[in-house]
Design a protein around this ligand. Structure first.
Ligand SMILES: NC(=O)c1ccc[n+]([C@@H]2O[C@H](COP(=O)([O-])OP(=O)(O)OC[C@H]3O[C@@H](n4cnc5c(N)ncnc54)[C@H](O)[C@@H]3O)[C@@H](O)[C@H]2O)c1
Length: 257
């Protein structure tokens, strides 16, 4: 198999650095170019550039772990060059998500708020369970991350909330409840409540719970290392390298749809 040329966007970030390390261990992939906000530095013999046409020109797949504004910039270049993009970045607004959908009519985009197998399997189970949970059960999502994480609820918490709303056959916006950031609070009935902490170095801990006064069901996932997300993104890059257009996620890749 010919090696797939990869660009990593957000290369100087926490995820970018791990991706650079993990890519060298993957026999199907070749690190081709790196982008970030501050150009100049050289990593593994490759100079960091700003997002630009030249950086992406000979790349087969762009893996993006940066910021929403940068992701949209990348999609604009990718559309011009007909490149595939894996988006790991989170925190998109509804409007930005609609733009991503629009781009996917022209190019292949793989987007997942969590690139781990575990969370994607959990998402599947949560949607099945939510179908059967009576409406009078309280629903909550715990989302725990390190203090540097900007967006909340996390992309993962939103994926899990989406799975609940799908299972309950409701629109997510209509059952989104209260969001508690670094504090406790009372659950809002018949809604999905978010309990969020941003502290320390936590890579990512999520759980979904359903309870009433006499029982509690809790489904939990813990990420021990960012390598988990990096390897998921690299596998997605191999998978999407054969697609021409469309918006895909982990459920497509692991056959849960
Ligand atoms: N999908 C997943 O599995 C997953 C896992 C971890 C993190 N994330 C998300 O990935 C993103 C990055 O996470 P991180 O922890 O590496 O963050 P980070 O802040 O450590 O890194 C982001 C990098 O992007 C760069 N950047 C910002 N704007 C840019 C631009 N216009 N052009 C090029 N580079 C730009 C920053 O300089 C920084 O180096 C976040 O949105 C985070 O929530 C997703």
């Amino acid at each position: 198999m010919k090696k797939i040329n990869i660009t990593i966007a957000g290369a100087l970030g926490r995820m970018g650095k791990i991706l650079v390390k993990r890519i060298s261990k993957n026999k199907n992939l070749k690190l081709f170019s790196l982008t970030d906000l501050k150009p100049g530095k050289t990593i593994n013999g490759i100079k960091i550039q700003k997002n630009n046409l030249e950086a992406f020109k000979k790349s087969d797949v762009i893996i993006d772990f940066s910021r929403p504004k940068s992701s949209l910039e990348i999609l604009n270049y990718a559309k011009k060059l007909k490149k595939r993009v894996v988006i790991g970045t989170t925190g998109f607004t509804k409007q930005q998500n609609n733009l991503i959908k629009k781009y996917s009519k022209k190019i292949a985009i793989f987007k997942s708020g969590n690139m781990s197998l575990g969370i994607n399997l959990l998402e599947y189970i949560v949607s099945i369970l939510s179908k059967k949970i009576p409406n009078n059960y309280h629903i909550g999502i715990n989302d725990n991350h390190h203090s540097k994480k900007i967006d909340y609820p996390s992309g993962t918490a939103l994926m899990l909330a989406n799975a609940v709303s799908k299972g309950k056959d409701k629109n997510l916006e209509s059952i989104k409840g209260k969001v508690f950031l670094n504090k406790k609070g009372n659950l809002q009935k018949n809604k999905i409540n978010f309990f969020i902490t941003r502290k320390g170095n936590t890579v990512g801990k999520h759980s979904v719970f359903f309870n009433n006064k006499i029982e509690n069901i809790e489904l939990k996932h813990t990420a021990f290392s960012r390598e988990l997300f990096a390897d998921g993104a690299l596998n997605s890059a191999i998978w999407i390298s054969k697609k021409n257009k469309g918006l895909f996620n982990m459920q497509d890749m692991i056959g849960l749809k």
